[in-house]
Structures are given as C-alpha cells and as structure tokens.
Design a protein around this ligand. Sequence first.
Ligand code: ADP
Ligand code: MG
Length: 345
Amino acid sequence: MFENSARTELSELGEFALIDHLSKNVKTFNSNTIKGIGDDAAVIDNGQTYNLLSTDMMVEGAHFDLTYTPLKHLGYKAVVSNISDIAAMNGKATHIVVSLAMSNRFSLEAIEDLYVGILAACNLYKVDLIGGDTTSSSKGLIINIACYGEVAKEKVTYRSGCKEGDLLVVTGDLGSAYLGLHILEREKRIFLEKPDFKPDLEGNDYIIQRQLKPEARVDIVEILNGLNIVPSSMIDISDGLSSEIQHLAKQSNVGFTIYEDKLPIDPIAYQRAIDLGIDPTVAALNGGEDYELLFTVSQDHYEVLKKELDLSIIGHAVAEHEGLHLISKSNNKHKLTAQGWNNFS
Ligand code: ADP
Ligand code: MG
C-alpha cells in the first residue's frame, strides 16, 4: 500500500494533507456507512436515524500545559470538544468512551480531578460515560475521548452542501480562547523567571475561561431545530475561523466573502488584544479553540436569523473561482489564507 523507501517529513505535509493522504487508500465495506473520513463526525445509518461518531485526542505538551491548566478543566474541555463535533453535524451527543495514558508522575488525586471535570461535562450535557481504556505512558498524559450521538436523517449537516449566495453565520464570539492562552503563557513565562510571583489574571476572567473551560453550542442546534432551519453546511471552530472557512469552501465547492466589521469580538477580548499588541481581527480569524459553530443557510432565513442575538452573519458564499476574501473595515479586499494547525512543525 505505502511502499515508499524515501523519507518525507510530516512537517512538509501538515495535519490536513496528512489526513488526505492517508484516507486515499481507505475503502468502506458496510452499506450503512453514510459518511466516513472528512467531516466533524462519521455518519452511520441505524435504520430510523443516523448515528454520529467522532474522536479527539489531547496530548500533554502539544495540546495542554499542566502548569496553568487545572486537570478538572482539562477533563471538561476534552468532553466538550467532542460534543462540539457532534453538534457540528446538527446532532446530539449521547455517549462517550474515555481512554487515558499516564505516566507515574500522576497521582490518584490528580486523575480524580480529571474525572471531576469529565463528569461535570457529562452531567451538564446529559452524556453517558460508558467505557474507555486505561494504560501507562512513558511520559506525560494523553486523553482520548470518542463520542457517539444521533441526528434525524433529514437534519444531518455536512461540511459540504453550501450553495453560492448562502449566508455565512457564526455563533458567539471569536478569538477569546486564543487571547486567554496568550495571557496564561505570558504569566507562565514570568512565573518561570520569578517563582515567588503571583499571576496577574485580573480582568481576564472571560478570555481565560474561554480557553480553559469552553462550552459546546448545543443550544444553537436546538434553536435552529426550533426555527425549523437546517443549515446547508456546518463545522465547529476548533482550529480557527480562516481554517474552518477553508474546509467549508473546499468541501462545498464555493468561495466566501466575509466582512471584518461583522466579526464578533468580545469588547474585553478586543481591548486585551490591543494591550498584547495583537490585531483583534487576526485573533478572531486565526485563534483556535473557541468551539463556536460556523454554518451556512439559504438567504430565505435572513430575517429570522438576524433577530437571534448570539448569531452573527459574517459574509456569504460566492462562486468557487472567486476564492476566499475578507473585506476590511477600510473596504479593502484581502485574500483569506488558512493557517490551519500544523502540529508537526
Ligand atoms: P475536527 O477538527 O473536527 O476534530 P479533524 O481535523 O481532526 O476534525 O479531522 C478531519 C477528518 O479526518 C475527520 O473526519 C476525522 O475523523 C478524520 N481523521 C483524522 N485523523 C485521522 C486518521 N488518523 N485516520 C483517519 N481519519 C482521520
Ligand atoms: Mg470539528
């Protein structure tokens, strides 16, 4: 299958190209596999409805830093990121399995804390923890959660399906989680230089909470359901708006034009970005881990959606050949590039 003698560095590909490359040789054998690799969750036909299945792994050092991440929060976030992927299919998460690998650096009390967070999320989102796997690692903590869910067949929403002219809508606000991470990293650097120093997190509660304890937008799935609106495409924002727009564009064969002045940025986050010398628009476009939903709907729904307080219409789909653009506040047109999330560099 892969009979190459040459060596190619993973950093040359990046995460998305690697997944594309590996999935080329994947065949499916069961007729109930409706959607395999390539969306936020896989879709399996159970006769009455569709089941959804996704998985997400978090590795110490790569995805989290325990110097400033309480284990309780980590457990919570690991569950939420999975529930968010099921929500991105317009579905409801129902069950999870939790797999842990940990070194002997971790005590029983530490793993108990992790589980306090996992169970808090299960309790809030009414998801059942039904199994997992526990093993040792030579170094650090690895947590993998797989999530199972359900969606009515006529409501399933893929990354593909957006049509030219559709409105592009985002929930909540963007960039806060990234700015929260910046503050935590800054305080860590100061702490390492001066261990007797007390971290200064004053006034940053909201953005730090967005980084450490995000929520999945299951409320929006319910609101859309109540309004009888099925998005034409949807994805959750884990890697950053630019990157996710790129996925919707690629899989729906459309382009997008978005407007800088429509990007939802929390006022405190905006000010913190300026204080940190970061362009708030760049934080909103490229910052990851907000776990908001990004979706498209037909223009027919404009009047209804513009009344929803926690939704922002940030642009619209255009023809594929027109590509991806941001119209700046000064009315200049910029090409939108996806930063993606290159974990291997
Ligand atoms: P998300 O950010 O929504 O969690 P990912 O970018 O992690 O999605 O994954 C994109 C798609 O690629 C998903 O359908 C996922 O199941 C699939 N995928 C990721 N890694 C692998 C892998 N190693 N083998 C097969 N499929 C994978
Ligand atoms: Mg996703």
